[in-house]
Design a protein around this ligand. Structure first.
Ligand SMILES: [Zn+2]
Length: 67
């Protein structure tokens, strides 16, 4: 009769609380991330997300001078 091994709970298989909307990374109970206007953004994706989010505020020194 084959012996059945009971697998211990694998933290990698724990159910994710959320997934990053940009890279799809699974975010678990202990992870911290940003929920911006309903978008889930992980720590790694925040700089890129912020850059896109604030794109319309981006200007050059010359543009700033002419304001
Ligand atoms: Zn991400």
């Amino acid at each position: 009769m084959p012996v059945r091994h009971v697998q211990p709970p694998d933290p990698q298989r724990a159910e994710a609380a959320a997934h990053c909307g940009r890279c799809g990374a699974a975010l678990y109970d202990g992870d911290e991330f940003y929920a911006v206007n309903g978008c889930v953004v992980c720590e790694d994706c925040l700089p890129g997300f912020a850059r896109e989010e604030y794109r319309s505020f981006r200007l050059s020194g010359r543009e700033w001078r002419m304001l």
